[in-house]
Design a protein around this ligand. Sequence first.
Ligand code: SAM
Length: 268
Amino acid sequence: MLVYHLPGTFETREAHLDLLWEAGATGLEERAGLIRAYFDEETELPEAIRDGEWRQEADQDWLAEFKANLRPVQAGRVTIVPPWLRAEIPAGQVGLVIEPGMAFGTGHHATTRMAVEALSDLNLDGQTILDVGTGSGVLAIAGALLGAGYALGVDIDPITIPIAEENARDNAVPEGRTAFMVGTLGDDLPGDVVADGVFDVLVANLYAELHDLLVGVYVGHLRPGGPLILTGILTGKLPLVQDALDREGFTDVQVSTDGEWALVTARA
Ligand code: SAM
């Protein structure tokens, strides 16, 4: 990797930044009093920016670095790990293996962790779960591993579905215990297991404004008394979700938070 080190900052060398771009820089970065300009090859630079120095630096593999820093995530009775950390699942914990990739849901985001924790607080034996915005499938798969009879994950992003299916296979979830489909609430859900579209548990890691819109739809997909688990909510937006739950007659509304993120549970 070829980097041109130019003394100064973006502020002090503002007038020279265009010269770097014009000379063919592919990226600029400011670090410790230096402007680092990335180039594919050494080029003749204009006089005004010749006070720097060309350096050949070792390539940095950001993905490898990200992967090397991943640690197991404990969420209640479940420990979520990438495939290469399977051996670190503590005895007695339910291991959930998720390959970090294109779909949201490695367990490292507070909302995913809180949602898995909320699922692990329930007795899911034989229950049916609807996971709205399934991403990597992490919540549906957690539900199946915690004993649910059937967990259906839906997501509007088609890229997520094969990823969620592969994650279910990697966790040896028995055939038929999870299913994933492109779509959202309001679409026809597959009726082979849950014919009336009414589930025992509904979990959704989306965002506050969407929960506000969908709470009326959630009611129709949840058996009376069934637990609703909602996250992806910034704490500042909690009132929006709480008001929507009140409006639709949900009871036993409880909130937990982790930093700026909140999770709300309620009963239909
Ligand atoms: N469930 C995973 C988790 O808890 O880590 C992923 C949650 S991720 C924050 C939200 C997911 O919801 C994304 O995969 C996105 O494509 C999906 N999504 C957004 N709007 C949706 C909608 N209206 N219906 C279904 N899925 C939606």
